[in-house]
Write a protein that binds this ligand. Structure first.
Ligand code: MN
Length: 320
């Protein structure tokens, strides 16, 4: 998915070293533009939190039961990886690497921009309503000028005793995704049984976020509402998760070592400073081969134009 906000602002992301409590990050609703508009619930980046490890962007959407779904024309990315993770529905993906893939529920589709890529995404009306998350992973400075990549992985469903997990990046409960990451990272979907009480072993060097999709969930004993991201700083060896309700609960668990590099995010670009963002935008607008071309997209607009840049340099903002 593209960040198709009409007037995106620049956001500086810095690492966080606080410990010891669940910080509740409420989503902000963001209407995405484009030929088909849907509203997403964004928990990263927000004023409260900009990063969890290298995870720098989290949009939660659907189930989209009315309207035409999603149609995002070719648009660029730099300095990041996109993770499309669906609970239901289907998305047709095309990118300038030549990939033409169908994104299906429970399957990782990981696109690495390297120095520049572009892609389109169109949801299909069947087999179910569009419902999932779009996540971005920031690439470390040493890797962000590298080649484009695309990887697919259908993780097995692992029984955790009271919950089932699909580990799409990193390792949880002995299950390890074969897809390599550029920094220590964890991404998994968990479905908690009614009444489940879990104490998941986690890497104490990681900070963690639990994004609640459905159901009632407590994290370290703190209730985390639907659509809310519960954040815990590094230092915990276990992640206590429970579902006190009588129906299943579904969450997305994100983790990683604090990223340690300042980022500047604007529109669909992740960079390091304002001048670099300006150059990325200018390159996209003039059709630079930095981003390549998407072949086969048949929407009404050949490519998504970049919005105007903010009139001022945005000053860095630090986490509490
Ligand atoms: Mn995108």
């Amino acid at each position: 998915m593209s960040n198709t906000e009409v007037a995106p602002s620049e956001i500086t992301c810095s690492p966080d070293t606080d410990e010891g409590r669940v910080e509740l990050v409420a989503a902000r609703e963001v209407p995405l533009g484009g030929p088909r508009a849907i509203t997403v619930r964004r928990t990263l980046p927000t004023r409260a939190r900009t990063l969890i490890g290298a995870w720098c962007f989290a949009d939660h959407y659907g189930p989209v039961t009315d309207g035409p779904g999603m149609d995002v024309p070719p648009h660029p990315h730099t300095g990041l990886q996109t993770v499309s993770w669906l609970f239901s529905g289907e998305v047709e993906h095309r990118d300038s690497l030549g990939t033409h893939a169908t994104v299906r529920p429970g399957e990782l589709n990981l696109m690495t921009s390297g120095a520049g890529i572009c892609h389109s995404e169109v949801s299909r009306d069947l087999p179910g309503p569009l419902h999932g998350v779009q996540l971005w992973v920031a690439l470390p400075n040493a890797d962000r000028h590298g080649p484009r990549r695309f990887e697919h992985h259908a993780p097995p469903c692992v029984d955790l005793g009271g919950a089932r997990a699909r580990v799409f990046l990193g390792e949880l409960a002995g299950e390890r995704s074969p897809v390599p990451t550029f920094s220590p990272l964890l991404g998994a979907e968990l479905v908690l049984d009614p009444g489940a009480v879990l104490d998941l072993p986690v890497d104490p060097a990681f900070e963690h976020g639990v994004l609640v999709d459905t159901g009632e969930v407590t994290q370290h004993g703190t209730p985390v509402g639907r659509g809310v991201l519960g954040y815990v700083a590094r230092g915990s060896r276990t992640l206590p998760l429970a579902n006190p309700s009588a129906v299943p609960a579904r969450v997305v668990l994100l983790g990683g070592e604090p990223f340690g590099e300042d980022l500047l995010m604007w529109w669909n670009f992740v960079g390091r400073d304002h001048d670099e963002i300006v150059a990325f935008r200018e390159a996209w607008e003039r059709g630079s081969q930095q981003f390549g071309e998407v072949v086969g997209y048949e929407g009404r607009t050949a490519r998504l134009p970049a919005p105007p840049l903010p009139g001022v340099r945005i000053r860095p903002r630090h986490q509490a």
